[in-house]
Design a protein around this ligand. Structure first.
Ligand SMILES: [Zn+2]
Length: 532
């Protein structure tokens, strides 16, 4: 009791003038720092989640194994209500069993390439000539009619490769952070509902034609990257969404390293015949078509019906081990749960609100897991949209959601997602971490990841500002997304700061301030040739 009294006295002391009105609990922060910086387990967790259970493509057997491991680990740390929650249907999954590609003529060399996810298998090892398909409109296809069967089709032009005169990895300069801090209130974008109108897009015509022609495989080059780094994601089909439909044949597709692709392209331009061979063996998995998020809790005391959520997507693409995308965010959030469990044991301070960890799946295919969760728990959405038509009672119970999904870089601050009311709160909570170089608040939105599923239903959802490192230059969706590109000190710093944010959100008297949202708003119809 005396100890608890001391702790609350410590809170009151800090809320004196000069720190604004928000309480900061120094004793809790000290305990969190000790666990997060001096007793970190983040790299051990990463060794399992990434080296052992990577990549974690949604729908793949490896993700199921990774899920089992994560649940076991969370239970071992003493978290409660550890379970998976189904969402979907997602459709069929995919697994790569074997891939090799070789150039056979004009001379032999092994080709550095990766199959695109959901590609079907070749019929054992196949070989054939390479041909470049140069077409920008329908009439251009005429010349290739009946010419692609049994061949490897190159779709891309040559991409110029420039030498690296700047380091691929970087940290934010203070001037860049200052620009972010001075950024104006973001202008809300109208909710859009893309409808397919008018004639077929050329892309659609092209893929219909290619499917008709039955080439051995479709080859392209990485849209960025060089020196062995290949950026690759999912295969294409004529109909969007067909990839995950049972029984659909997906033409084998591979992305080549730019240097190898350019060499093939130049040989063909010079009129030198090229022969390639490929052996691709893949398997479609996940027969029930449903997918799962991982949920675990630390029960609250006092305001236990209210919840603070924190999480990251656990799924990844397939050519690396999903280390920086998003193994980094997942292992940091698991470490946050471990840190808080230890701190609660050590200090005896129980969070007032319940703490809920979520590891999402299906993020790479469109935030599917976190949106599935939002429609299950928080809101009814208009069909095929993420515009809430009505809210569910649980929506009022979640104070905030914290997400991490920008690689291995340390936290430099927070995106306030257009919610200025949280500024004074976050400023007070960041103050004790100035020594760890996390002090920037920006009103800006940041997109493309799971906090948007909360923001869309009016629950304060935040993503942290992270140093870019070599995320977009090297590892994001690439074959080099391996644990070697995780920076331990940065992950420790991130877990420490997020643990403090989560605990302080759970301890404050009020829920976090919310933006107002329009529920039941109709979408603005927007003509578009094809869905974004
Ligand atoms: Zn990601």
């Amino acid at each position: 009791m005396a100890r608890y009294l001391l702790l609350s006295l410590c809170c009151i002391a800090i809320s004196l003038p000069g720190f604004g009105q928000e309480a900061v609990n120094q004793e809790l922060n000290d305990a969190i720092r000790k666990q997060g910086l001096d007793n970190s387990k983040v790299m051990d967790i990463a060794g399992w989640a990434i080296d052992t259970y990577g990549p974690r493509l949604t729908g793949s057997p490896m993700l199921d194994k990774a899920t089992e491991w994560a649940e076991g680990q969370l239970k071992e740390w003493g978290l409660k209500n550890v379970h998976t929650e189904a969402w979907g249907p997602f459709g069929r999954g995919w697994e790569l069993e074997h891939f090799e590609m070789h150039a056979q003529a004009p001379n032999y060399w092994p080709v550095l390439a990766y199959p695109k996810a959901w590609s079907s298998s070749t019929d054992g090892e196949v070989s054939g000539e390479a041909i470049y398909l140069q077409a920008n409109e329908e009439k251009d296809l005429e010349a290739y009619k009946g010419k692609l069967k049994g061949k490897f089709v190159l779709l891309d032009t040559l991409r110029a490769v420039e030498e690296w005169f700047e380091a691929p990895a970087k940290r934010y300069e203070s001037s860049e952070l200052l620009d972010m801090a001075n950024a104006p209130m973001p202008t809300p974008r109208p909710r859009r509902n893309y409808q397919r109108t008018g004639g077929l897009s050329f892309n659609r015509i092209l893929w219909d034609f290619i499917t008709e022609e039955q080439p051995l495989a479709i080859l392209d080059r990485s849209y960025k990257g060089d020196l062995g780094t290949v950026f690759v994601a999912g295969a294409r089909t004529t109909e969007r969404g067909d990839l995950r439909k049972e029984g659909v044949y997906v033409i084998p597709q591979a992305t080549l390293s730019v240097e190898h692709y350019n060499r093939l392209f130049r040989l063909l331009q010079r009129g030198v015949p090229v022969t390639l061979s490929m052996d691709l063996k893949t398997r479609y998995t996940n027969p029930d078509g449903m997918e799962h998020n991982i949920i675990a809790e630390i029960p609250g005391a006092g305001l236990k019906d209210e919840v603070v959520m924190f999480g990251a997507h656990f799924d990844s693409w397939h050519s690396g081990t999903g280390a920086t995308d998003n193994g980094a965010g997942s292992v940091v959030m698991m470490e946050v749960a471990r840190i808080l469990q230890e701190v609660i044991k050590e200090t005896g301070v129980q969070p007032r609100r319940t703490l809920r960890l979520a590891l999402w799946t299906g993020e790479e295919q469109g935030l599917l897991g976190s949106r599935g969760y939002a429609s299950e728990h928080f809101a009814e959405f208009a069909p095929d949209t993420y515009n809430p038509q009505s809210l569910k009672p649980e929506q009022a119970k979640v104070s905030a959601y914290y997400n991490l999904d920008n690689g291995t870089g340390k936290i430099r601050g927070v995106y306030m997602q257009g919610n200025p009311e949280v500024a004074a709160i976050f400023r007070a909570w960041l103050e004790p971490f100035k020594d760890l170089e996390a002090g920037t608040l920006t009103l800006e939105n940041t997109g493309g990841t799971d906090h948007l599923s909360f923001d869309a239903v009016g629950i304060p959802g935040f993503q942290f500002i992270q140093d870019p490192m070599a995320y977009f230059a090297r590892t994001h969706h690439s074959n080099m997304d391996n644990m070697d590109h995780l920076v331990e000190a940065d992950l420790k710093q991130a877990a420490t700061i997020i643990a403090s944010f989560v605990m302080h959100t759970a301890m404050r008297d009020e829920m976090m301030p919310r933006k107002t949202i329009d529920v039941g708003q109709k979408e603005e119809n927007k003509e578009s040739k094809s869905k974004p």
